[in-house]
Design a protein around this ligand. Structure first.
Ligand code: SF4
Ligand code: SF4
Length: 67
């Protein structure tokens, strides 16, 4: 099952990955990281196709995709 892992330390909550996910699986989470950003979290993990678009667009390389 494909899945993503967001490294909250590097996420600045810019939202680029929210818009690019074809399944609309990524949102700003309720918690903030040490820098004060609401970091990205994945919802409905079972729907992830592992397409990697989120990881590719992230300017801070905060997302890793596992297949
Ligand atoms: S694109 Fe990267 S930095 Fe921006 S919200 Fe998504 S994971 Fe965070
Ligand atoms: S790998 Fe593709 S389907 Fe999975 S969360 Fe990222 S953009 Fe969405």
């Amino acid at each position: 099952m494909p899945k993503i892992v967001v490294d909250e330390k590097f996420c600045k909550g810019c939202g680029l990955c929210f818009g690019v996910c074809p399944k609309d699986l990524i949102k700003a989470g309720p918690n903030v990281n040490a820098a004060g950003y609401h970091y990205a979290v994945q919802q409905r993990e079972d729907e992830c196709t592992g397409c990697k678009l989120c990881a590719i667009i992230c300017p801070d390389s905060a997302i890793e995709v596992y297949k």
